[in-house]
Write a protein that binds this ligand. Structure first.
Ligand code: ADP
Ligand code: 5GP
Length: 226
């Protein structure tokens, strides 16, 4: 069976990195795509671990030789997913998680309509602001203009939620991790075509609640705060 591609996107500060790091501990046989970017490393980031950090010239050379499945500019820097990442996951028989922005999601869904896309939302604008502030304090950079820009950007990004299959409202972290795990495992169970066990039915039920079509009322409440 070919590997499943999961796409996860979120406005900056929603908690996507936290959720993905938790997911790594619970789901086996899932590769995390390492993107290429022209932005410089932040904090403790290492080349080849969080990203492949390359120059603009190198990135444009990769575009020219069609090395990317998708790429986009985010906050003025290039970010892209190399085709080789997909080949590798396929070869080792693992599923693949792409942490990419809304522009990337659109490109991947166009090429691979069976990819599973998940949009992470904060519970409200006020909570997003508080998380952005908390994170920048812990990194010792409290730049008000950066926080303001990210909040404006969040409003624009959230408008893309209709393009996604699942919506995950990251309110209580523990519950959100359970939901993300259920979405990932639920898709595996569904696509295997096997009769689900009792435990598997539980995952399927949790995942179903996160389908965008079952989340419209909650999404409207959150959108109203932006
Ligand atoms: P992103 O990757 O979406 O930009 P992060 O994972 O860096 O976001 O999270 C932003 C901040 O919010 C961090 O300080 C993180 O600890 C905190 N955070 C993440 N999830 C939750 C949650 N469910 N409740 C409260 N704080 C959270
Ligand atoms: P950051 O610089 O904070 O790590 O990421 C900024 C944004 O770029 C995030 O929304 C992240 O999901 C997105 N991003 C990271 N890698 C890629 C990629 O390969 N392609 C696209 N389209 N977006 C990416």
């Amino acid at each position: 069976m070919s590997s499943i591609r999961y796409i996860i996107s979120a406005p900056s500060g929603s908690g996507k990195t936290t959720l993905v790091n938790e997911l790594r501990q619970y789901v086996p046989n899932l590769e995390f795509s390492i993107s290429y970017t022209t932005r410089p490393p932040r904090g403790s980031e290492q080349d080849g671990r969080e990203y492949h950090f390359i120059s603009r010239e190198e990135f444009e050379a990769m575009i020219a030789r069609d090395a990317f499945l998708e790429y986009a500019q985010v906050f003025g820097k290039y970010y892209g997913t190399a085709r080789s990442v997909l080949q590798h996951a396929e070869e080792v028989g693992h599923d693949l998680l792409l942490d990419i922005d809304v522009q990337g999601e659109r490109q991947v869904k166009q090429k691979m309509p069976d990819a599973v896309s998940i949009f992470v939302l904060p519970p409200s604008r006020a909570e997003l602001e508080s998380r952005l502030r908390k994170r920048s304090q812990s990194e010792n950079v409290l730049a008000e203009d950066v926080i303001r820009r990210r909040l404006d950007e969040a409003r624009r990004e959230i408008e893309n939620y209709p393009n996604y299959d699942y919506i995950l409202i990251n309110d209580r972290l523990e519950q959100s991790v359970d939901q993300l795990q259920a979405i990932v495992l639920g898709e595996r169970i569904r696509r295997s075509g096997k009769t689900p066990t009792a435990a598997e039915k539980q995952y399927l039920a949790t995942a179903e609640k996160c389908l965008k079509t079952n989340m419209e009322d909650k999404i409207k409440d959150i959108l109203a705060t932006f």
